[in-house]
Every structure is written in structure tokens, then in C-alpha cells.
Design a protein around this ligand. Structure first.
Ligand SMILES: [Ca+2]
Length: 85
């Protein structure tokens, strides 16, 4: 079971690195999320503004305009489950 804590540490580190770039360190703005996608998921179409907008609103579950850690983790967990099917 060594893999899970390591994976969670990577998740948390990735979030912290981008969330800390501007404004609130506990949330991802749309700009920070765009940068995260561009650097961490090169296959994602982060240059497509409409796709980023759609992705952002999908993550921003409570529609407050920022993605907090809970929203981020919920999304990544869902993505991991999908990828394992
Ligand atoms: Ca939110």
C-alpha cells in the first residue's frame, strides 16, 4: 500500500504549487488551473479557452469562481476511477 500515500503527496504538492502562484493559496483560479493543465497534462487542450472554461466550471462544484482543494481532489479521484475502468 506504499503507492497511495505517495500519490496523495504528489496530488497535494501539485495543488499547492499552482494554488500558491496568485491570490488565495488555498484555491486555484482559472489562470492557475490553466497553467496546471498546460504543465501537468500536456495532452489536454489547455490552449483552447472554451475547453478550459468548461473544465473549470466542471471542477468548481459550488460555483464560487475558484477551485478549492476538496473540489480538486473530488475531480482527480473521479478521473482516476475513470482511467482504471
Ligand atoms: Ca469552488
Amino acid at each position: 500500500m506504499a503507492g497511495l500515500p505517495a500519490a496523495m503527496a504528489i496530488l497535494m504538492d501539485t495543488f499547492d504549487r499552482y494554488a500558491g502562484k496568485e491570490g488565495d493559496k488555498k484555491t486555484l483560479s482559472k489562470g492557475e488551473l490553466t497553467e496546471l493543465l498546460r504543465n501537468e497534462l500536456p495532452g489536454a487542450s489547455a490552449s483552447d479557452k472554451a475547453a478550459v472554461d468548461e473544465f473549470f466550471s466542471m471542477l468548481d462544484d459550488d460555483k464560487d469562481g475558484v477551485v478549492d482543494f476538496k473540489e480538486y481532489v473530488t475531480f482527480v479521484t473521479a478521473l482516476t476511477v475513470i482511467c482504471n475502468q
